[in-house]
Design a protein around this ligand. Structure first.
Ligand code: SAH
Length: 331
């Protein structure tokens, strides 16, 4: 720690390392977003992510006492899988709300499983639809890269404000973002050093373009598959959301600080970021996208430093992380 290790070097993430996420501003963004989700391929990717889908299934089945005989809203139902899990866990009624044309796939899935009496598929935006009753449970798989990319959480909070009974339950109930100092040699080799290799491959020196990659690509959040060996220091929880109480205004600006001690001598490329969501239970069911956990389609994200720097054991990497929605058109 800082006081005990006076020789330790500090790597500071220049006060604030800012990551913004799209809030799908404007009609065109919104249309594009729902067009993407109309494509079955996107749903296939999510459904084939066994870790993701089976964790939801376990969480729902293990919480069947919360669902049995209860009314549920599935926010962003996609192909309807979570609604089916809830029906199988004994829900009395499930409203499966889906904004994209995937709602039609959900209808077919519901019919094929003879669940039409329990599940009502509503093809429409959460923000524009009406439910005939309040609900006991809200289930949703709203998480994007970096947790917040896509900004779907705001629609889930809207649904909670509109329909969840005061003693109702959110599934998942909590979400946290973790960070750790990382080396990302493979990524660095592929995306940065490749410019220096063009000369060997094609006889043209293109290494002068390396700085463009550093100024552009590396300034935005990169989705990278990390593994445990890439983590070179403590991982720490930087932000934690209780989904029963988080408000829309909280989402305007989420800020957390971190201080991580390095474990070894290594090149520090940046800060690895991942999330964990938690469902009620004893013990709680966790869906973790940590590099130490089973990999998922979310992989992890890295916020790169301007240039790698060498750290040694006990060096401190510290800073703050600010997440705020931004109009994608503004970058
Ligand atoms: N629940 C499904 C799909 C999750 S992906 C599953 O777990 O497999 C998120 C889904 O939410 C997408 O299909 C997207 O079209 C839908 N969605 C996002 N925002 C929405 C909104 N405001 N209203 C309705 N559907 C929304």
């Amino acid at each position: 720690m800082e006081g005990q290790e006076p020789q330790a070097k500090r790597q500071n993430f220049s006060g604030e390392h800012l990551a913004s996420y799209s809030n799908r501003d404007g009609e065109a963004d919104e249309k594009h977003y729902f067009k993407t989700y109309s494509d079955l391929y996107v749903h296939e990717e999510m459904l084939r992510d066994f870790e993701r889908t089976s964790k939801y299934r376990s969480a729902i089945m293990e919480n069947s006492h919360l669902l049995n005989g209860k009314v549920v809203a599935d926010i962003g139902a996609g192909t309807g899988i979570l609604s089916c899990f809830c029906a199988q866990a004994g829900a009395k009624k499930v409203y499966a709300i889906e904004g994209s044309d995937a709602a039609e796939h959900a209808r077919r899935v519901v019919q094929s499983n003879n669940l039409e009496d329990c599940i009502t598929v509503i093809h429409g935006m959460v923000e524009e639809c009406q439910l005939p009753e309040k609900v006991d449970v809200i289930v949703s798989e709203w998480m994007g890269y970096f947790l917040m990319y896509e900004s779907m959480l705001s629609s889930v909070l809207y649904a909670r404000e509109q329909w969840l009974k005061p003693d109702g339950v959110m599934l998942p109930s909590h979400a946290s973002i973790f960070v750790a100092p990382v080396r990302a040699d493979n990524f660095w080799e592929d995306r940065v050093n490749c410019w220096s290799r063009m000369k060997d491959a094609y006889g043209v020196d293109m290494s002068c373009l390396t700085d463009v990659v550093m100024r552009t690509t590396l300034r935005s959040v990169q989705v990278v598959q990390l593994d445990g060996e890439d983590i070179i220091g403590d991982s720490t929880c930087v932000l934690s959301l209780d989904l029963k109480s988080t408000t829309q205004s909280d989402l305007e600006k989420l800020v957390g600080t971190f201080k991580c001690q390095c474990h070894c001598s290594a090149p520090l490329h940046g800060l690895g970021v991942w999330f964990v969501v938690t469902f009620p239970g004893k013990p709680p069911v966790l869906l973790s996208t940590s590099p130490y956990a089973v990999s998922t389609h979310w992989r992890q994200c890295v916020l790169f430093l301007n240039a790698p720097t060498n750290v040694v054991q006990d060096d401190i990497v510290e800073g703050s992380l600010t997440l705020s929605p931004c109009d994608e058109s503004q970058g």
